[in-house]
Structure formats: C-alpha cells, structure tokens
Design a protein around this ligand. Structure first.
Ligand SMILES: Cc1cc2nc3c(=O)[nH]c(=O)nc-3n(C[C@H](O)[C@H](O)[C@H](O)COP(=O)(O)O)c2cc1C
Length: 374
C-alpha cells in the first residue's frame, strides 16, 4: 500500500511518503540557496521519499521568521532555487519536489514590527502586530502569486502554501487571530477569502495544471481558535476550489504558553512538533482531525505529526484515514527512511526519539539530528 503510486493533481507520486516542510537554517541572509541546501535535498531525494516539501520560503520581507530562511520574494532568487529542483530530479528522476511558501505574519520572529489580520497580542512573543490594511493584504496576495510563478519557473513540480501553525494564512483562517469585520474576516467564508484570492490569482499566472497544495490546521488547540468542525468546512471549500492536496497539521506557536500546564506536553516550544512521541505524547496526534476532514474532501489528504512506525503507516493507509503520510523529524535523523522501509530493512519504528534536539541545530550548523537523551 505505502509503495503504491498515487497522483496529486496531475503529478504522479511514486509512493505514499512525503517529507513534511522543515526549515533548514541554511540560506544566506538575503534568502539565497547555498551548497549546503542543495546537498540536503540531494540526500533526501536519494532516500526514497515520493514527495519532498522544502522548508518555508518567505514571499515578502515583511513575513520573514529567520535570517537564514530561504526566500522567494524576487526573481533573483530563481537560479538558486533551480539548483534544488535540478539536484532532486537528477539524483532521483521520479522524486517530486514542492516549495513551501509562507508569510510569517505575527510570528515573524526576526522582525520588530509584525503584520497580522488583526491587532491580537501574541502572548508568546509579547508583540502586538499591526492590523493589515486591505491594500497590504492585496500586496501580500500578489506576493504569494508571484512566488508561485517563480517556483514554477525554477523547475519545482508543485508548491505548498503554509496555512498552518499560526503563520499569516493560518491567522486569517482562525477566528482567534482574525477579528476583521471587512471582506477578509467574520464568517468562515470571509476568513477563507485571502487563500481563495491567492489561488485565483496564481492560476492566472501558472495555469490550473501546476499543483498548488496547502498545509492547514485541523485544530488550533487554542480556546477560540479553529476546531475540526470549522476546519472541515475550510478544507471542503479549498478542495472544491482546486487545491491539489491538503496536509493536516495543528497548533499555533502561542499554544506554547499553556502547553506545559494544561496539555501536559514536555516541550515549552514548537507545539506543532510534540516531543517524545509514543512515550509522552500520542503518535499520529493529528489523526483525529484528519479522519473527520477526509470525509468531506475529494483530493488527497496528507497526514503529518508523530508518525513513528511503519506499522502505524500501514494502519493509517489501510483504514483510509489519509492518502499520504508526512514525516519531518524522522527524516532529519534518517533521510533514507523511506528506502529502508520499502526494502524491509530493520525495525518498523523510526530511529528518531522526537526529543526536538534538532531545533537547536538550526541556529548553529543548520538542520541536523542532535539526539538528546529524554
Ligand atoms: C526543525 C523543524 C523545522 C520545521 N519547519 C517547518 C516548516 O518550515 N514548515 C512547516 O510547515 N512545518 C515545519 N515544521 C513542522 C513539521 O513539518 C511537522 O509538521 C512537525 O514536526 C510534525 O511532524 P513530525 O512528528 O514528523 O516531526 C518543522 C519542524 C521542525 C522540528
């Protein structure tokens, strides 16, 4: 089952393994691609994964999170991005690659002044973002669409909008962060509008055949935020609009504020990457939302979060709760995990212990496994 190809839009994915977007900390200060980045993606392509989704690349400088983050905000960045698409296709012709694009909104940690749909205090960073004007929203919509054009020109097979984890698009979708009363806020329909506008403008530039994916929260895990009842409606609408696949995740960074006490998670940060899966936290922790959302969408569903064994992959795919499984930390530890599983080598369990030690490598060496004893 996990070795069977399946299409995302017109794109054939050779197996059911996806590399979930993982910020790499390896770009230049202007967001240009480096040799280190090219090497990272070569290794992943060789490791057997069907679809690689890159770390988040920012579409506008007002939406940057880190100063070693990839950018896709102007045409000068295209040649560098091409190097990543080319190496993946060279080393594994049938491995596909999508660029993930983002505006980090009020979670633009690198910036003093942040933008968001509404001026809602970020209780984690203690920053009060500026509410975007309609003109600023329209500029950001155009920036996303132009980024998608650049991604296609750079030779990528697809793109993914980062609409999860409390970044700008997630902030528009969520009633917790979107308090607008104009055409971009209020009802579920109006909170979706920004994503809809990006999609509609993008297909004018790249056509309907270039697969546009989205990663979104099934649940914000914040009181007053998105719950699965509403995310089902959003996913259904986006699938009808033309999104080629939907990846289901959960959380906003602000959840960190209450994670220890209320949720009993050990981590005080990175809520979307829960720690110690299978010991402290549930494996496949977004599966309950995915199961509900799967009932209402007619495009492939990609499930991410704590997928820690091949036995679990088999169960998820066999019961039809998802069409693809997506892995982040296990592939930092073992970039060749898909090949290992496909060839039946070793344990069903991943080697990753979900300690989040990899997070510390981001600001020093760039992403790598730094296993911490729990
Ligand atoms: C080091 C690191 C970087 C991440 N970067 C991104 C990112 O750029 N975009 C994104 O959507 N999610 C990002 N995530 C979240 C993962 O894609 C994924 O949703 C989460 O880690 C759960 O999957 P896992 O249990 O397989 O690690 C990151 C997670 C980690 C640990």
């Amino acid at each position: 089952m996990y070795s069977k190809p399946k299409k995302i839009g017109n794109l054939e994915i050779k197996n059911r393994f996806v590399r979930s977007a993982t910020y790499e900390g390896m770009a230049t200060e202007e967001g240009h691609v480096t040799d280190k980045l090219v090497e990272l993606y070569k290794k992943l392509a060789e490791g057997g994964v069907g679809l690689i989704i890159t770390g988040y690349a920012y579409v506008q400088q007002s939406g940057i999170a880190f100063d070693t983050q990839m950018g896709v905000y102007n045409d000068d960045l295209i040649p560098g991005l091409s190097k990543i698409a080319d190496i993946v296709h060279k080393y594994s012709q049938d491995c596909k690659i999508a660029l993930q694009i983002v505006h980090c909104g009020r979670q633009s940690r690198h910036l003093e002044k942040t933008l968001a749909p509404s001026a809602v205090l970020d209780k984690l960073t203690r920053k009060m973002p500026k509410e975007m004007t309609v003109e600023e929203i329209k500029e950001t919509i155009e920036a996303f669409a132009q980024a998608i054009r650049r991604t296609k020109e750079a030779g990528f097979d697809a793109i993914q909008l980062h609409g999860a984890h409390g970044y700008l698009l997630s902030e528009f979708l969520s009633p917790y962060t979107n308090k607008r009363t104009d055409e971009y806020g209020g009802s579920t329909e109006r909170r979706i509008k920004v994503v809809e506008d990006i999609y509609n403008r993008s297909i004018e530039l790249v056509g309907k055949d270039f697969p546009i994916l989205i990663k979104m929260n099934g649940d914000d895990f914040l009181e007053g935020g998105l719950t699965v009842e509403e995310s089902k409606k959003i996913a259904e609408k986006l699938s009808k609009l033309g999104f080629a696949a939907i990846e289901i995740s959960g959380c906003m960074w602000e959840v960190c504020k209450r994670s220890k006490k209320e949720l009993g998670w050990k981590s005080t940060f990175v809520p979307e990457s829960r720690m110690l899966i299978g010991t402290k936290n549930e494996p496949a922790y977004n599966l309950p939302s995915a199961k509900e959302i799967k009932k209402v969408i007619d495009v492939p569903l990609i499930l991410v979060g704590g997928i820690n064994s091949l036995d679990l992959v088999k169960q998820i795919l066999t019961e039809g709760s998802a069409d693809f499984v997506s892995l982040c930390r296990p592939l930092i530890r073992e970039p060749d995990l898909p090949n290992r599983w496909l060839k039946g080598i070793g344990e069903s369990k991943v080697e990753c212990i979900y300690c989040n030690g990899c997070m510390s490598s981001l600001v020093t060496t760039g992403i790598r496994c730094v296993k911490k004893e729990p």
